[in-house]
Design a protein around this ligand. Sequence first.
Ligand code: FES
Ligand code: FES
Length: 171
Amino acid sequence: MISRVSSIDFVVNGTRYRNIKVKPYDTLSRILRDELGLTGTKRGCDYGGCGACTVAVEGMAVYSCMYPAQYALNKTILTVEGLAESESEFSREALSEIQRSFLENGGLQCGYCTSGVMMSTKMLLDDNPNPNENDIKEALAGNICRCTGYGRIIDSILAAAKMKNSAARTK
Ligand code: FES
Ligand code: FES
């Protein structure tokens, strides 16, 4: 049951936020975008149909447009901004392997779906570092892309897995 708290604490991309005011009908996507300024999380359909708003809550991919903000109380959230090494600096080096791979393999066109797709990719690769094409298609079942036809997205994810694995080997 949703309790009628008017403020919540949570951690987003490693930063602890305190006393964020939320109304009972607020969604996590609204709070992330409008209150925290994390506009990398997109709003496409706002009803759970497109996946543009995908973020991770406690390591699970969720549609933030459907996720009541009050449920985020004391939870740990990751958004696309948190994938990069540094949110303040925009440079190729600061990007994560997933972001670099999409850039280098043409995994995006208009980019509207991309942050959601990358978050689903992050959840997939955390779970399965060597996915095959079918694993990727399954992981992207909740993300709609109207531009790319998915081919380059799949190539980008396969390349990101390789990049991450070789980075892990050299550590
Ligand atoms: S905006 Fe959340 S699923 Fe479309
Ligand atoms: S790149 Fe345009 S919707 Fe996916």
